[in-house]
Design a protein around this ligand. Structure first.
Ligand code: PLP
Length: 347
């Protein structure tokens, strides 16, 4: 296979992630709660009328319309994707020439650098401060100096849970000539008003990405969306694959956004679970960094990871520079307790 691989991908490897269905799964920031009964009932009823013999609506208009209504924007301001991952790829695919610069704070969502490499861009990483908060001054300095074509701001940040304030994002938008992508995959979990969606029409270089994979408990449906001014949406639509979002996911996503109160209430429960997890960790002498998302970021003694895995408790391990950190998403109170009980004898 290697002999056919493009040279520029030589250092890359196939993406791998174990498909876990049993145990305490706290490693992918998914919702610990299954989808609402009402959604299951709706899909059972709806599945018979979905025209699966036909291609789906290539523009996911029913879903886009529901999204537009919720955020009080026009349908022309919305694009739907196979998860927001696909939209990240489309943004880079529609903008980058070979070697063009892309900026991301570091650590942040790994797909930004993955897709930048796939689209022949050059990633510039601006480190977070030593307390794992965003270094806005450094970001602005690098933006001014390098003027990257695309800038990724993950808010709240995966994997650290830190946030930008709206004013900080505005101040970056003011100096950026490139496209600023604000990834709000976890914004439903933040107790601060951080969303930039109300301002998308004030800027010609801002796009906000959202997903149903986290707060909406629909990671398996692979559906997300972007909100931006019409020109930016058109840019993405130029490279977006036809019929990208399948007919089931369009229906599921539409129901979910139309019933978002159910999911937002669940998000608040998950935030309570995260607070419980943080307190439990602190009681064990551990020091999770402050988080506005559904997960925490911390260091753990060596060998804890493997010991937890043996007990079928799964958390995420990440190497940042030369240090190892862990990201643990909040589970149900029962799951949190299983983790904390296991940690009690390990730390
Ligand atoms: C999970 C996640 C996404 C969403 O991925 P999907 O492709 O929509 O499942 C996007 N951005 C960040 C930062 C994430 O953590």
């Amino acid at each position: 296979m290697v002999k056919f691989l493009r040279e520029r991908f030589a250092t890359m490897a196939p993406y791998h992630s174990a498909y876990l269905t049993e145990g305490v799964i706290l490693n992918s920031n998914e919702s610990p709660y299954s989808v609402p009964e009402e959604l299951v009932a709706y899909m059972k009823e709806r599945v018979g009328d979905l025209l699966v013999n036909r291609y789906p609506d290539t523009d996911s208009l029913e879903l886009a319309n529901a999204v537009a209504k919720v955020y009080d924007v026009k349908i022309e301001n919305v694009v739907c994707g196979v998860g927001s991952d696909e939209l990240i790829d489309c943004i880079l695919g529609s903008t980058l020439e070979d070697g063009d610069k892309v900026l991301m704070p570091y650590p942040s969502f790994s797909m930004y650098s993955q897709f930048t490499q796939l689209n022949s861009g050059q990633m510039i990483k601006v480190p977070l401060k030593s307390d794992f908060t965003y270094d806005v001054t450094a970001i602005k300095e690098v933006v001014c100096k390098e003027q990257p074509k695309v800038i990724f701001l993950c808010n709240p940040n995966n994997p650290t849970g830190c946030i930008f304030t709206r004013d900080e994002i505005r101040s970056i938008l003011e100096v950026a000539k490139g496209l600023v992508v604000v990834d709000e995959a976890y914004a439903e979990f933040s107790e601060k008003e951080i969303s930039m969606i109300p301002y998308v029409n004030d800027y010609d270089n801002l796009i906000v990405l959202k997903t149903f994979s986290k707060a909406y408990a629909l990671a398996g449906a692979r559906v997300g969306y972007g909100i931006a001014c019409e020109a930016v949406i058109n840019l993405i639509n130029t490279v977006r694959p036809p019929y990208n979002v399948n007919i089931f996911s369009q229906a599921i996503g539409t129901w979910a956004i139309e019933h978002r109160d159910i999911f937002l209430e669940n998000a608040r429960r998950i935030v309570d679970n995260r607070k419980m997890l943080e307190q439990g960790l602190r009681n064990l002498g551990l020091k999770p960094y402050p988080s506005e998302a559904n997960f925490v970021w911390l260091t753990l003694p060596e060998s804890v990871f493997e010991a937890l895995e043996e007990k079928q408790i799964y958390i995420r391990k990440m190497k940042i520079e030369d240090s190892i950190y862990y990201r643990i998403n909040a589970g149900t109170p029962e799951e949190n307790n299983k983790l904390l009980e296991a940690l009690k004898v390990l730390v």
